[in-house]
Ligand binder design. Structure first.
Ligand code: ZN
Length: 396
């Protein structure tokens, strides 16, 4: 995919424009400059309209963003595509109500703009002695103040209606999922919303083909793909939420003791290692630090002098999903896994990649659920047998 360009930053949220947005610009030149025969005035009109649309979409996405921030969700950026805007949130908030509020905040912005424009539109209509809705619609394509004003009003109204269509990736799809998840849980609610969205897309495609319009089937295809992607992402997330990090922690013989030297510590294969004493985690020894110090000829340095004492340990029963989020947010490649304060092994980014491949590789949801349940039972039964025996010896 082509790279997007950041055009401005508002409250730390980068507003990015995708290169394909240029297609819209070409269309403006073609439609308003050539096809409509408006010449330079027409071009200027079309350009103003496009910039206004750009602004309304940005305000719409900022509506989502502000509501997300209100709920403590970090907003990465907003990307503008020719088909609309996409806001990238760090994660979805827990609870359907919050997700629904974030989804509703976007269309609400456009509804507010349309409501604010309405008196001006009506005043203009009165000055032109418009008698019916037809008069307003006829003025829509007229190059001039009236046409622009009425267009701005209808653009916002369209953004409200279009976004409330209950199909992913539209806001309506999220609202549908959020409402359904109050009854059947998020995963099943997503499956339901995906099916509704895809059925709706098929109807839209059929209407398009019947009417001889190519744009509608194309849009429908986009909705089907997006809905599928959404379903997959949620399936992965819920699987990762169900897996316990202890299932995938590597038992590395209790980590390394703080009084060892670096030479003794790396054992020929430097890797991220937990530093432990009597089963308690004291710190982390990072691979890059070991390599740097070995290269600098400091192989006699004691582990205690080199370790990173800002350790974030996770519990054996924490979910793989939560632990991965934590690792990503804190920029750590590995975390020690503890049980009641005692070291049980290390969970690394490599291990996460392994889990991810494992979960992603299962084709059917039913098969995956079955496998996960089996593995969890196996884990509960055995815990980390090696580590338990090791600590029993240590404590004895
Ligand atoms: Zn939206």
């Amino acid at each position: 995919m082509l790279r997007s360009y950041t055009v401005l930053t508002i409250h730390g949220i980068a507003i990015r424009v995708h290169p394909t947005f240029g297609i819209l610009l070409l269309w403006v030149i073609f439609h308003w400059g050539i096809q409509s025969g408006g010449g330079l005035t027409g071009l200027l009109f079309g350009f103003t309209l496009m910039m206004a649309l750009f602004l309304f979409v940005v305000l719409h996405e900022l509506g989502h963003s502000m509501m997300a921030i209100e709920y403590g969700v970090r907003v990465h950026d907003i990307t503008l595509l020719p088909i609309g805007g996409v806001v990238r949130l760090d994660h979805l908030p827990d609870g359907g109500r919050r997700e629904a509020m974030i989804a509703l905040a976007g269309p609400a912005v456009n509804l507010a703009i349309a409501a604010a424009l309405l008196p001006v539109v009506l005043a203009y209509g009165a000055s032109q002695s418009f008698g019916s809705l037809r008069d307003y619609l006829d003025e829509l394509s007229a190059v001039g103040f009236g046409g622009l004003l009425i267009s701005l009003f209808f653009v916002n109204l369209t953004l409200v209606i279009f976004n409330l269509v209950p199909a992913f990736p539209m806001d309506g799809g999220r609202i549908l999922r959020a409402s359904a998840s109050a009854f059947v849980g998020r995963e099943r609610a997503t499956r339901f919303a995906v099916i509704v969205g895809q059925l709706l897309a098929l109807v839209i495609a059929a209407i398009g083909i019947y009417a001889g319009d190519l744009l509608l089937p194309l849009m429908a295809l986009f909705v089907i793909v997006a809905a599928h992607g959404e379903g997959r992402a949620v399936r992965l997330e819920s699987a990762l939420r169900r897996l316990r990090v202890g299932q995938f922690a590597l038992w590395d013989k209790g980590g390394i003791a703080p009084d060892k030297t670096l030479r003794q510590a790396h054992g020929g294969d430097p890797k991220d290692t937990a530093v432990t004493d009597g089963g308690l985690v004291l710190g982390m020894l990072w691979r890059r630090q070991i390599l740097a110090d070995l290269a600098a000829g400091k192989s006699d340095t004691r582990v205690a002098d080199l370790m990173d004492t800002l350790v974030i340990s996770v519990e054996l029963n924490d979910s793989v999903y939560d632990v991965q989020q934590l690792m990503r947010e804190t920029g750590r490649w590995a975390v020690p896994v503890v049980e009641e304060g005692f070291y049980r092994g290390i969970f690394t980014t490599d291990r996460f990649a392994h889990v991810y491949r494992y979960v992603n590789g299962q084709s059917s949801t039913a098969k995956l659920q079955h496998l996960l349940a089996a593995r969890l039972a196996e884990f509960r039964a055995s815990r980390t047998r090696a580590s338990r025996e090791w600590w029993r010896r240590i404590r004895a």
